[in-house]
Design a protein around this ligand. Structure first.
Ligand SMILES: *Cc1c(COP(=O)(O)O)cnc(C)c1O
Length: 487
């Protein structure tokens, strides 16, 4: 494949100064007819030191913002194969629905009878998420997955307290997202790491060995962050329940199993969903998101207050919930995110949600099979929505996973997730999602093969990469330690 066939690889990079540097005295955005009345004196008390706005033409302004927009790579620009995050294309219709003025501009303190539509959507979304997970109690308040985890851990603690016990530990597999132990620790639980088996999933024996009556429960991500289905989840749940513990399901990877796996039947008691991963809120840039929490009937009384409920034909917020853990978010949660999820679920329908999951898995399995002769697979077994390769082959040529990822930028691709999960050395984690077509996936596969060939034949290309990006290699540690927030 020649470089010119690769999307985004022909490499025009426009530099762009600040508008203040660009302005020239006397430029105008538009010309208006000369005034035919005498100029009025500008009121004395309004003449101050105000900001000196630059003088700019219309062309200056249009080019400025267009160029800035081109520095951004997003899922609207090309494939975005980050694993563990589900960066899928979200249909634009859901953005339009989310900006409906009657919903977007509704004041959060309006009385229930004035916002029946708003409450109906909350109520119906709760019902849809209950149907999708098999867990009937739902709160849509939490603002993100991690916030859902915290809510779930508070519910664990409330449940154990109601049973007259206070437990101290939570089991968490070594493949878990870092937010899992953090959420458990915030609730005062000690996270106990569980080593995954040699096949990348948890085995029953290791749970049996540590589960005791001091342990409040377990947090399980399924499919896990290696993209593998935890096939022992039911037996593990039985062991945990047998000792009076609870099972938390981290639903961040729901994109692989919508309409296919019923969390309740797997033994899950509490589960969060990331609406900004699975249910059509654009993901990235720091939010907003939403992490609704779904629970069993038994645990519903502990859910945050208020919940949207339906009496006959009317909807209202129910505050009278004496055993609730309380509020976790002001007002209605991140309502615009809830709206997008509602619109997504309604426009897709149950059949298409299931199909989306099947296609997400098919696409990842296709990439895994096509690339497994090119890069070593971390675990050579059926994958779900993402597949993970190791750097074992690149190392032979003294190329790092980072070099490989940076070279993909030169080829017009956003790199996949790298160095995560931590259990795989130099991990390269690819999640294509259901929204990439076969032609685009095939092109990505060809580019990965080309870069791996280059690692052997011309390793400097990788070590120097990116050469066609606006910035070269950034000092990421410095950026994290001393962020420059003033632009
Ligand atoms: C993204 C993610 C989370 C955290 O969700 P946020 O919405 O980013 O807070 C937790 N667990 C897994 C497996 C994830 O992928």
């Amino acid at each position: 494949m020649s470089m010119t066939n690769i999307p985004g690889a022909s490499g025009i990079i426009q530099n762009e100064p600040l508008l203040w540097e660009k302005g020239k005295k006397g430029r105008r955005g538009m010309s208006i007819p000369a005034s035919d009345v005498p100029a009025a004196e500008f009121p004395q008390d309004l003449q101050g030191e105000g900001p000196a706005f630059p003088d700019l033409s219309e062309v200056d302004v249009v080019r400025h913002y267009t160029r800035l927009s081109q520095w951004n790579f997003g899922v609207d620009t090309g494939m975005y194969p980050l694993g563990s995050c589900t960066m899928k294309y979200n249909p634009k219709i859901n953005e339009k629905v989310a900006s409906t003025p009657e919903l977007a501009a509704a004041h959060p303190m309006l009385a229930d009878e004035q916002v029946q539509g708003t409450l109906r959507i909350m109520y119906e979304l709760q019902e849809y998420l209950a149907a999708i997970t098999g867990l009937p109690g739902v709160t849509v308040q939490p603002a993100a997955g991690a916030h859902g985890e915290l809510t779930g851990m508070l519910i664990f603690a409330a449940c154990h307290k109601s049973r007259g016990s206070r437990r101290t530990k939570i089991l968490i597999p070594d493949t878990a997202h870092g937010t899992n132990p953090a959420s458990a620790a915030l609730c005062g639980y000690k996270p106990v790491p569980i080593k995954s088996g040699p096949n990348g999933i948890m085995d029953v024996q290791s749970i049996m060995a540590v589960m005791d009556e001091e342990t409040a429960g377990i947090m399980i991500t399924n499919p896990n962050t290696l993209g593998l289905f935890e096939t022992n989840i039911r037996e593990i749940a039985e062991i945990v329940h047998g000792k009076g513990g609870l099972v938390y399901g981290d639903g961040a990877n729901m994109n692989a199993v919508m309409g296919i796996v019923n969390a309740r039947k797997c033994g899950v008691d509490v589960m969060h969903l990331n609406l900004h991963k699975t249910f059509s809120t654009p993901h990235g840039g720091g939010g907003p998101g939403a992490g609704p929490v779904c629970v069993t009937e038994e645990l519903a009384r502990f859910l945050p207050t208020p919940l949207a409920v339906k009496d006959g034909d009317t909807y209202r917020l129910e505050y009278n919930r004496p055993e609730s853990i309380g509020r976790v978010h002001a007002f209605h949660g991140n309502y615009s995110v809830l709206l997008r999820a509602y619109s997504y679920i309604r426009t897709m329908g149950a059949g298409n949600l299931k199909k989306a999951s099947m296609l997400a898995v098919l696409n990842a399995a296709y990439i895994k099979e096509k690339l497994k002769g090119t890069l070593p697979l971390a675990y050579d077994r059926p994958c779900m929505h993402e597949c993970v390769f190791s750097d074992a082959l690149l190392q032979e040529d003294k190329i790092t996973t980072l070099d490989f990822a940076k070279r993909l930028i030169d080829c017009g691709y956003h790199p996949p997730t790298i160095y995560f999960p931590l259990v795989v050395h130099g991990a390269i984690m690819i999640e294509p999602t259901e929204t990439e077509c076969k032609d685009d996936i095939d092109q990505f596969i060809e580019v990965v093969k080309m870069v791996v060939r280059e690692a052997k034949e011309n390793p400097e290309l990788l070590r120097q990469a990116p050469m066609r990006a606006k910035m070269r290699r950034l000092d990421e540690t410095l950026a994290a330690r001393h962020p420059c927030l003033r632009g």
